[in-house]
Ligand binder design. Structure first.
Ligand code: NDP
Length: 391
């Protein structure tokens, strides 16, 4: 029997909800590329309910316990005395979400001799040391596509919020004021701007598609070029690298995984090549941008705004400079954890567990590491420090 250790974010401050703002979720037939939604044999939760916090348990308890497995759920994940560290010693499976990542470092993996499977309930497995997972034969899987559109919508919201100066204008209202000049002195139209994405995978392409009706000029860079018909349909300009794309853009959105190729990409040097007054939106991973370079660029006016929902570490400390830097539109890490997304990634997590517990293959689309190497989606989009990936 397996011991499944699930690290989830805390319940709401006011307690687990007893009612919700809406009664149902729209039906989504399939993902935009035709990929099927999760195919678990069933679910033991109500779609639209809070599943990603401790009391929601990703809807897994009755399914696992009915088969005799053990489920431990905790939000206590930091430090050697944390429940996560204590329970890890004999865990077979670890599940966590990028919003509240259980950092599976090489050291922790070495202290978890039974660990065979690390599941990301969501997308982005950089909180797992992939080199160590490869070395120890740990399979790493994530629920590919489960929240890609959720993030794309957040990116569009953040681009408009920054360019239109929405958050400061809203604050004027909350403060009881009516100074129009205060509200509009940093407000522009997005129309006609040059908008580029670093990576045009599931999220990046969804962002491009959503922005096309705004009559902007669309740019992208990626390791693999999109099909010509997509480039033509969206009138995309391809750039071989972020370094070549960034200087021509008014808005840059980052939608690549964090791995050795992208870590620290937006440093002082690259940001200094961007147009004065450009906007940078990063909902991918915090460490793709240099924390202090972003602060300096906002203070100097090189960047007119920075927004995103990803921080390092998470949760961000109270004195993290991105909380107080000028002209930012940061949120906590929420874009991929809407109630809509939770229903998909909870079902996808169960699909992965069902396959693994039955000794059956996990969908290739979900695999990041398997059999001691990058596999499936991971082989396509990730690299390791030893190289590899980018098939
Ligand atoms: P995909 O795998 O669909 O897309 C990632 C894309 O990044 C691929 O097209 C890949 O290229 C490209 N890429 C990888 N390395 C580079 C590079 N060095 N330069 C340019 N492009 C590169 O993933 P998603 O779009 O679904 O998600 C992207 C990332 O967004 C995730 O890895 C995660 O970090 C983050 N994310 C954030 C969430 C949030 O809540 N804020 C939620 C979900 C994801 P190719 O495959 O062509 O080699």
């Amino acid at each position: 029997m397996a011991k499944v250790l699930c690290v989830l974010y805390d319940d709401p401050v006011g307690g687990y909800p007893s009612s919700y703002a809406r009664d149902d979720l729209p039906h989504i037939a399939h993902y935009p590329n035709g990929q099927t939604l999760p195919t678990s044999s069933g679910t033991d939760f109500t779609p639209g309910h809070l599943l990603g916090s401790v009391s929601g348990e990703l809807g897994l308890r009755s399914f696992l316990e009915a088969q005799g497995h053990t489920l431990v759920v905790t939000s206590d994940k930091e430090g050697p005395d944390s429940e996560f560290d204590r329970e890890l010693a004999d865990a077979d499976v670890v599940i966590s979400q990028p919003f509240w990542p259980a950092y599976l470092t090489a050291e922790r993996i070495a202290r978890a001799p039974r660990l065979k499977l690390a599941v990301t309930a969501g997308i982005g497995s950089d909180h797992v040391d992939l080199d160590a997972a490869i070395a120890h034969g740990v399979t790493v899987a994530e629920v590919t596509y489960s929240n890609s559109v959720s993030v794309a919508e957040h990116v569009v919201m953040m681009i408009l919020s920054l360019v239109r100066n929405y958050l400061p204008a809203h604050q004027v209202v909350r403060d009881g004021g009516w100074n129009i000049a205060d509200a509009v002195s940093r407000s522009y139209d997005l129309e006609g701007m040059h908008v580029g994405t670093v990576a045009a995978g599931r999220i990046g392409l969804a962002v491009l598609r959503r922005l096309a009706p705004f009559d902007v000029h669309l740019h992208y860079t990626d390791r693999h070029r999109l099909p010509r018909e997509v480039e033509e349909e969206l009138n995309l300009t391809f750039h071989p690298s972020a370094r070549e794309m960034a200087p021509v853009c008014d808005v840059v959105t980052v939608n690549a995984p964090l791995h050795p190729e992208t870590e620290g990409l937006f440093d002082d040097a690259l940001i200094s090549t961007m147009k004065r007054g450009a906007y940078l939106i990063n909902t991918a991973r915090a460490r793709i941008a240099d924390r202090d370079a972003v602060v300096r660029a906002l203070e100097s006016g090189r960047l007119a705004g920075y927004a995103g929902d990803v921080w390092f570490p998470q949760p961000a400390p109270a004195d993290h400079p991105w909380r107080t830097m000028p002209h930012h539109g940061m949120t906590p890490h929420i874009s991929g954890s809407t109630l809509s997304a939770q229903a998909r990634y909870a079902a996808g997590t169960r699909e992965i567990l069902e396959s693994w517990l039955a000794g059956a293959a996990i969908r290739d689309d979900y695999l990041i590491v398997d059999g001691g190497k990058l596999a499936g989606a991971g082989a396509h989009s990730y690299s390791t420090t030893a190289g590899g990936g980018a098939a």
